[in-house]
Write a protein that binds this ligand. Sequence first.
Ligand code: AMP
Length: 213
Amino acid sequence: MQIIIFGAPGVGKGTQAKILASKLQIAHISTGDILREAIKNETELGKKAKSIVESGGLVPDEIVAGMIKDVLKSERCKNGFILDGFPRTVNQADILDKIFVELNQGKIDLIKLDADDSIMINRITNRKVCNKCGNISVKSEVTENYTCPSCKSVNSYITRKDDTEEVIKNRLKLYHEQTAPVFEHYKDKANIIIVDGTQAIDDITKSLLEKLK
Ligand code: AMP
Protein backbone atom coordinates (compact mmCIF):
# COMPACT_ATOMS: atom_id res chain seq x y z
CA MET A 1 0.00 0.00 0.00
CA GLN A 2 1.34 3.44 -0.98
CA ILE A 3 -0.39 6.33 0.69
CA ILE A 4 0.25 10.07 0.59
CA ILE A 5 -1.45 12.08 3.32
CA PHE A 6 -2.04 15.66 2.34
CA GLY A 7 -3.40 18.79 3.99
CA ALA A 8 -2.41 22.06 5.62
CA PRO A 9 -0.18 22.30 8.71
CA GLY A 10 -2.15 21.42 11.84
CA VAL A 11 -4.92 19.51 10.05
CA GLY A 12 -3.92 16.26 11.76
CA LYS A 13 -1.85 14.53 9.06
CA GLY A 14 0.78 13.31 11.51
CA THR A 15 -1.77 11.95 13.98
CA GLN A 16 -3.71 10.03 11.31
CA ALA A 17 -0.52 8.86 9.54
CA LYS A 18 0.76 7.31 12.79
CA ILE A 19 -2.52 5.53 13.48
CA LEU A 20 -2.91 4.26 9.91
CA ALA A 21 0.71 3.08 9.73
CA SER A 22 0.22 1.05 12.88
CA LYS A 23 -3.16 -0.40 11.80
CA LEU A 24 -2.04 -1.20 8.25
CA GLN A 25 1.47 -2.34 9.28
CA ILE A 26 3.21 0.05 6.92
CA ALA A 27 5.99 2.60 7.49
CA HIS A 28 5.14 6.16 8.55
CA ILE A 29 7.51 8.48 6.71
CA SER A 30 7.32 12.07 7.93
CA THR A 31 9.80 14.49 6.39
CA GLY A 32 9.10 16.92 9.26
CA ASP A 33 10.03 14.22 11.83
CA ILE A 34 13.21 13.31 9.92
CA LEU A 35 14.22 16.98 9.77
CA ARG A 36 13.43 17.63 13.46
CA GLU A 37 15.48 14.58 14.47
CA ALA A 38 18.39 15.80 12.33
CA ILE A 39 18.15 19.26 13.95
CA LYS A 40 18.07 17.73 17.43
CA ASN A 41 21.15 15.59 16.66
CA GLU A 42 22.93 18.51 14.97
CA THR A 43 23.77 16.46 11.87
CA GLU A 44 24.91 18.12 8.62
CA LEU A 45 21.30 17.92 7.37
CA GLY A 46 20.05 19.37 10.66
CA LYS A 47 22.47 22.31 10.49
CA LYS A 48 21.30 23.13 6.95
CA ALA A 49 17.59 22.80 7.81
CA LYS A 50 17.43 24.42 11.28
CA SER A 51 16.76 28.07 10.47
CA ILE A 52 14.44 27.19 7.57
CA VAL A 53 12.27 24.82 9.62
CA GLU A 54 12.15 27.17 12.61
CA SER A 55 10.96 30.09 10.48
CA GLY A 56 8.32 27.96 8.74
CA GLY A 57 10.05 27.98 5.34
CA LEU A 58 10.49 25.05 2.97
CA VAL A 59 13.73 23.08 2.90
CA PRO A 60 15.10 22.93 -0.69
CA ASP A 61 13.49 20.24 -2.85
CA GLU A 62 16.74 18.42 -3.63
CA ILE A 63 17.55 17.96 0.08
CA VAL A 64 14.11 16.56 0.99
CA ALA A 65 13.88 14.46 -2.17
CA GLY A 66 17.27 12.88 -1.41
CA MET A 67 16.07 11.97 2.09
CA ILE A 68 12.87 10.43 0.75
CA LYS A 69 14.59 8.44 -1.96
CA ASP A 70 16.87 6.75 0.58
CA VAL A 71 13.99 5.92 2.91
CA LEU A 72 11.64 4.58 0.22
CA LYS A 73 14.37 2.26 -1.03
CA SER A 74 15.04 0.92 2.46
CA GLU A 75 13.83 -2.34 4.00
CA ARG A 76 11.47 -0.35 6.24
CA CYS A 77 9.19 0.46 3.32
CA LYS A 78 8.99 -2.97 1.73
CA ASN A 79 5.43 -3.60 3.02
CA GLY A 80 4.23 -0.14 2.00
CA PHE A 81 4.32 3.36 3.44
CA ILE A 82 2.38 6.48 4.25
CA LEU A 83 4.11 9.71 3.25
CA ASP A 84 3.37 12.61 5.59
CA GLY A 85 4.63 16.08 4.63
CA PHE A 86 5.96 15.05 1.23
CA PRO A 87 5.54 16.05 -1.58
CA ARG A 88 5.08 19.70 -0.62
CA THR A 89 5.78 21.32 -3.99
CA VAL A 90 4.88 20.34 -7.56
CA ASN A 91 8.61 19.84 -8.22
CA GLN A 92 8.77 17.35 -5.31
CA ALA A 93 5.76 15.52 -6.80
CA ASP A 94 7.60 15.29 -10.15
CA ILE A 95 10.66 13.90 -8.36
CA LEU A 96 8.47 11.39 -6.51
CA ASP A 97 6.93 10.22 -9.81
CA LYS A 98 10.43 9.33 -11.01
CA ILE A 99 11.28 7.53 -7.75
CA PHE A 100 8.05 5.51 -8.05
CA VAL A 101 8.90 4.50 -11.61
CA GLU A 102 12.36 3.37 -10.42
CA LEU A 103 10.84 1.42 -7.56
CA ASN A 104 8.02 -0.02 -9.68
CA GLN A 105 5.36 1.27 -7.30
CA GLY A 106 1.71 0.59 -8.09
CA LYS A 107 -1.38 2.74 -7.51
CA ILE A 108 -1.21 5.52 -4.92
CA ASP A 109 -3.94 6.47 -2.44
CA LEU A 110 -3.97 10.19 -1.73
CA ILE A 111 -5.73 11.25 1.45
CA LYS A 112 -6.67 14.92 1.74
CA LEU A 113 -7.70 16.24 5.14
CA ASP A 114 -9.68 19.47 4.91
CA ALA A 115 -10.16 22.29 7.46
CA ASP A 116 -10.28 26.09 7.53
CA ASP A 117 -7.10 28.06 8.30
CA SER A 118 -8.61 29.54 11.48
CA ILE A 119 -9.12 26.04 12.91
CA MET A 120 -5.53 25.11 12.13
CA ILE A 121 -4.08 28.28 13.69
CA ASN A 122 -6.09 27.58 16.80
CA ARG A 123 -5.03 23.93 16.95
CA ILE A 124 -1.35 24.60 16.39
CA THR A 125 -1.07 27.40 18.93
CA ASN A 126 -2.79 25.15 21.48
CA ARG A 127 -0.68 22.03 21.00
CA LYS A 128 2.44 20.58 22.57
CA VAL A 129 4.49 17.78 21.09
CA CYS A 130 6.35 14.91 22.77
CA ASN A 131 10.03 15.49 22.13
CA LYS A 132 10.67 11.74 22.17
CA CYS A 133 7.95 10.26 19.93
CA GLY A 134 6.14 13.21 18.31
CA ASN A 135 2.78 12.53 19.98
CA ILE A 136 0.57 15.61 20.17
CA SER A 137 -1.43 16.78 23.21
CA VAL A 138 -3.47 19.87 23.96
CA LYS A 139 -1.46 22.48 25.94
CA SER A 140 -3.94 22.56 28.84
CA GLU A 141 -3.52 18.76 29.39
CA VAL A 142 0.26 18.95 29.70
CA THR A 143 0.64 19.65 33.40
CA GLU A 144 3.76 19.03 35.55
CA ASN A 145 5.12 15.45 35.27
CA TYR A 146 2.75 14.73 32.39
CA THR A 147 3.38 11.25 30.97
CA CYS A 148 3.22 10.81 27.22
CA PRO A 149 0.29 8.45 26.51
CA SER A 150 2.18 7.01 23.55
CA CYS A 151 5.82 6.43 24.63
CA LYS A 152 5.39 6.94 28.43
CA SER A 153 8.18 9.54 28.67
CA VAL A 154 7.72 11.99 31.54
CA ASN A 155 7.99 15.77 31.08
CA SER A 156 8.88 15.29 27.40
CA TYR A 157 6.41 17.76 25.90
CA ILE A 158 7.67 20.91 24.21
CA THR A 159 6.24 23.65 22.02
CA ARG A 160 7.69 23.27 18.53
CA LYS A 161 9.71 26.36 17.54
CA ASP A 162 7.58 26.62 14.37
CA ASP A 163 4.29 26.53 16.29
CA THR A 164 4.08 30.27 17.05
CA GLU A 165 1.28 32.27 15.43
CA GLU A 166 3.65 34.28 13.24
CA VAL A 167 5.43 31.18 11.91
CA ILE A 168 2.14 29.31 11.40
CA LYS A 169 0.83 32.12 9.23
CA ASN A 170 3.97 31.79 7.09
CA ARG A 171 3.51 27.99 6.90
CA LEU A 172 -0.13 28.38 5.85
CA LYS A 173 0.81 30.96 3.22
CA LEU A 174 3.39 28.57 1.76
CA TYR A 175 0.84 25.75 1.91
CA HIS A 176 -1.66 27.70 -0.20
CA GLU A 177 0.97 28.97 -2.64
CA GLN A 178 3.21 25.93 -3.09
CA THR A 179 1.63 22.81 -1.61
CA ALA A 180 -2.07 23.10 -2.52
CA PRO A 181 -1.24 22.80 -6.28
CA VAL A 182 0.27 19.35 -5.56
CA PHE A 183 -3.30 18.07 -5.19
CA GLU A 184 -3.97 18.84 -8.88
CA HIS A 185 -0.88 16.82 -9.79
CA TYR A 186 -2.48 13.68 -8.30
CA LYS A 187 -6.10 14.26 -9.30
CA ASP A 188 -5.92 11.85 -12.24
CA LYS A 189 -3.05 9.70 -10.97
CA ALA A 190 -4.17 8.56 -7.56
CA ASN A 191 -7.17 7.18 -5.75
CA ILE A 192 -8.36 10.38 -4.05
CA ILE A 193 -9.87 10.22 -0.56
CA ILE A 194 -11.13 13.49 0.95
CA VAL A 195 -12.14 13.65 4.61
CA ASP A 196 -13.23 16.52 6.87
CA GLY A 197 -10.25 17.07 9.21
CA THR A 198 -12.35 18.83 11.86
CA GLN A 199 -14.05 15.60 13.00
CA ALA A 200 -12.94 13.63 16.07
CA ILE A 201 -9.69 11.68 15.59
CA ASP A 202 -11.41 8.25 15.82
CA ASP A 203 -14.12 9.23 13.34
CA ILE A 204 -11.52 10.39 10.82
CA THR A 205 -9.56 7.13 11.19
CA LYS A 206 -12.73 5.06 10.79
CA SER A 207 -13.75 6.91 7.67
CA LEU A 208 -10.23 6.65 6.20
CA LEU A 209 -9.98 2.90 6.84
CA GLU A 210 -13.34 2.34 5.16
CA LYS A 211 -12.35 4.38 2.12
CA LEU A 212 -8.93 2.70 1.86
CA LYS A 213 -10.48 -0.79 1.63
P1 AMP B 1 5.77 19.16 9.27
O1 AMP B 1 6.12 18.39 10.48
O2 AMP B 1 5.36 18.28 8.11
O3 AMP B 1 4.79 20.27 9.54
O4 AMP B 1 7.12 19.87 8.77
C1 AMP B 1 7.80 20.81 9.58
C2 AMP B 1 8.72 21.65 8.73
O5 AMP B 1 9.72 20.81 8.10
C3 AMP B 1 8.06 22.38 7.56
O6 AMP B 1 7.47 23.61 7.98
C4 AMP B 1 9.27 22.61 6.65
O7 AMP B 1 10.11 23.64 7.14
C5 AMP B 1 10.03 21.30 6.78
N1 AMP B 1 9.57 20.30 5.80
C6 AMP B 1 8.92 19.13 6.07
N2 AMP B 1 8.65 18.46 4.94
C7 AMP B 1 9.13 19.22 3.92
C8 AMP B 1 9.14 19.09 2.51
N3 AMP B 1 8.57 18.04 1.91
N4 AMP B 1 9.71 20.07 1.79
C9 AMP B 1 10.30 21.15 2.37
N5 AMP B 1 10.31 21.34 3.69
C10 AMP B 1 9.74 20.40 4.49
